[in-house]
Design a protein around this ligand. Structure first.
Ligand SMILES: *Cc1c(COP(=O)(O)O)cnc(C)c1O
Length: 226
C-alpha cells in the first residue's frame, strides 16, 4: 500500500542513492512540503519520523501548528511573502526560504521575537531569464546577502530557487547548476552559507547531483494536493 510511511522510506532511499552517485558525503535534509494537506497526513508523516515541514500560506500553517502543538516540528515558510504577513512569519517559523527583497528581510528582522533564536533564512534566487519569475536577480544577490548579514535576528543560511519545471533530466541539471554556481559565488565572496534549497518531487535527483542540501518535497510524500 502507498502509505506516507512507504513514500518517505522510498524518497529517503532515493536521496541516499543519488548522494552516493554524486560522490557526496555531506547531509541532505528532506523538507516535507505539506501545503493543502490535512493535519492527519502531517501527523502520519510525523509518526513516520519526519520532523521538518514546509508551508506556503501563513494562516493555513498556523492552524496546523495549533493542531500539532504536541509534536516537535521544525516549521519552514517557503511561499511568497506579503509584507503584511511578516510579523506572523517571524513569530511562527524556524526557517524562511523565500526572502526576495530587502523590505521583507527588514520586516522579518524587526518582528523576530528576542526570545527565539535568529530566524534561519534563505534568499530566493531568480535563476531564469523570465521577468515574471519571483526571486532576487543573481546579479543583486550579494547586495541583499550583505544587508541580511547585518541583521541580528536573521541568520543567512543560503539560497532557494524554483527553476521552470521540465521532465528532461539534463535540463533540470543545467538549471540547478546556475543556482549552484550562484551559491558557490556567494561562498567565494566570504558569505558563510550551508544551505542550497533546490529540488521538488519531479526534479530532486537532479538537484542532489548539483549540490542540494535541502530538497522540498510535497506530492511524492503526500499524494496529489486537493
Ligand atoms: C509546493 C512546493 C514544493 C513541493 O512541490 P511538489 O512538486 O509537490 O514536490 C516545493 N517548494 C515550493 C516553494 C512549493 O511551493
Amino acid at each position: 500500500m502507498d502509505t506516507i510511511y512507504n513514500s518517505l522510506q522510498a524518497i529517503q532511499a532515493n536521496i541516499h542513492q543519488a548522494k552516493l552517485a554524486a560522490n557526496r558525503t555531506d547531509d541532505i535534509r528532506l523538507l516535507a512540503v505539506s501545503k493543502a494537506q490535512s493535519t492527519d497526513k502531517l501527523r502520519e508523516a510525523y509518526l513516520a519520523g519526519q520532523r521538518a515541514f514546509g508551508e506556503n500560506y501563513v494562516q493555513e500553517a498556523i492552524n496546523k501548528q495549533n493542531a500539532l502543538n504536541d509534536c516537535n516540528i521544525e516549521w519552514h515558510f517557503i511561499g511568497p511573502i506579503q509584507s503584511n504577513k511578516t510579523t506572523l512569519i517571524a513569530q511562527q517559523f524556524a526557517w524562511v526560504h523565500s526572502i526576495d527583497r530587502l523590505k521583507i528581510a527588514v520586516r522579518l528582522n524587526e518582528a523576530r521575537p528576542q526570545t527565539l533564536p535568529p530566524l534561519n533564512v534563505c534568499m530566493q534566487i531568480n535563476s531564469s531569464e523570465e521577468d515574471s519569475k519571483s526571486g532576487v536577480d543573481i546579479s543583486l544577490q550579494a547586495m541583499l546577502a550583505k544587508e541580511i548579514c547585518n541583521m541580528p535576528n536573521l541568520k543567512l543560511r543560503g539560497i532557494m530557487a524554483i527553476p521552470a519545471p521540465t521532465k528532461d533530466f539534463a535540463k533540470q541539471r543545467a538549471q540547478f547548476k546556475i543556482v549552484a554556481d550562484a551559491f558557490k559565488n556567494l561562498q567565494q565572496q566570504g558569505f558563510k552559507l550551508d544551505t542550497l534549497s533546490i529540488g521538488m518531487s519531479d526534479d530532486y535527483i537532479a538537484a542532489i547531483h548539483e549540490g542540494a542540501t535541502i530538497v522540498r518535497i510535497g506530492s511524492a510524500i503526500f499524494g496529489t494536493r486537493v
